[in-house]
Design a protein around this ligand. Structure first.
Ligand code: G
Ligand code: G
Ligand code: MN
Ligand code: NA
Length: 254
């Protein structure tokens, strides 16, 4: 069985699922949204990380199919939660840089929202610096059109790529996700604290929403709150959860 076949089978037989990790406002503890994270439960190989299978899917030309699946699955789930009256404000979906190179993404996203009875503010798209800094006119046009629809864009893993501060000021984005590499070192590294607080200050000055990833400790949470970060995501609050467990997590907090 080639990987390509295996992945196609995985999508159609529900070996591929999305888990959802809560993102919480530091101010009042309310739910800001959830991030959808792909999981592959392989019958023979166990759980395969998206860090492994996403790049493989891209290599064998299945990147688009995977992105389409993730968008559809996340929107279907959110629409289901709305029917249950579960208060999930929005869902954030990770897409690979190459998705943003085609203007077809705009139609795909708006069709998917329409099919599931959702609106633009229900969805956020996460992209890495690679896509954001792609100077291709196709990518710029796609990003602009997505934002014109009212869908928010988040820059993922900020601080690990190649973006410069001047580029940050020109990017059409709404949200900055501080990479968990910085968060992880907050307690032991004065340098990490300087970088994190600097990113928060700059992002805030540019009117971006700041989301800290990989928040695992109370120290980290407090540091972020004191330095003006609005949103946190990480094991301190919850791991990425299967839908039913996310429902329980939300219900318990109400
Ligand atoms: O959740 P986890 O740590 O296993 O995710 C590993 C990496 O895979 C992260 O960088 C995350 O952004 C990425 N990832 C998770 N789900 C998806 C997905 O549906 N599509 C893409 N393109 N990347 C994903
Ligand atoms: O690249 P991206 O930010 O999309 O990836 C998020 C990844 O981080 C996922 O694989 C998710 O499982 C993981 N993750 C989420 N919260 C934590 C955390 O608190 N600590 C660590 N180490 N990883 C986390
Ligand atoms: Mn992400
Ligand atoms: Na990240």
């Amino acid at each position: 069985l080639t990987l390509e076949t295996a992945l196609r089978v995985a999508i159609s037989t529900r070996q591929l699922t999305l888990h959802y990790q809560p993102q919480v406002r530091l101010g009042d503890g309310s739910l800001y949204g959830v991030e959808a994270l792909a999981r592959w439960q392989h019958p023979a190989h166990g759980t395969i990380s998206p860090a492994q299978f996403v790049p493989l899917a891209e290599e064998c030309g299945l990147g688009d199919a995977l992105g389409e699946w993730a968008l559809d699955e996340a929107c279907s789930q959110l629409s289901h939660w709305r029917r249950l009256r579960l208060p999930v404000p929005s869902v954030s979906v990770n897409l690979s840089p190459r998705h943003f190179r085609s203007i077809k993404l705009v139609e795909l996203v708006s069709d998917t929202l329409r099919r599931h009875g959702l609106s633009a503010c229900d969805l956020r798209l996460e992209l890495t610096e690679g896509a954001m800094l792609d100077t291709r006119s196709e990518t710029r046009a796609t990003l602009a059109a997505i934002r014109a629809l009212g869908i928010q864009l988040a820059m993922d893993d900020f601080g690990t790529g190649y973006s410069s501060l001047s580029q940050l000021g020109q990017l059409a984005i709404d949200e900055l996700k501080i990479d968990r590499g910085f968060i992880h070192q907050l307690e032991e590294s004065a340098r990490a604290r300087t970088l994190a607080s600097g990113v928060i200050r700059i992002g805030t000055g540019l009117n971006l929403t700041l989301v800290a990833e990989g928040v695992e400790t109370e120290y980290q949470r407090r540091f972020l709150e004191e330095h003006g970060c609005q949103i946190v995501q990480g094991y301190l609050l919850a791991r990425p959860l299967p839908p039913e467990q996310l429902e329980a997590w939300i219900s318990e907090r109400e």
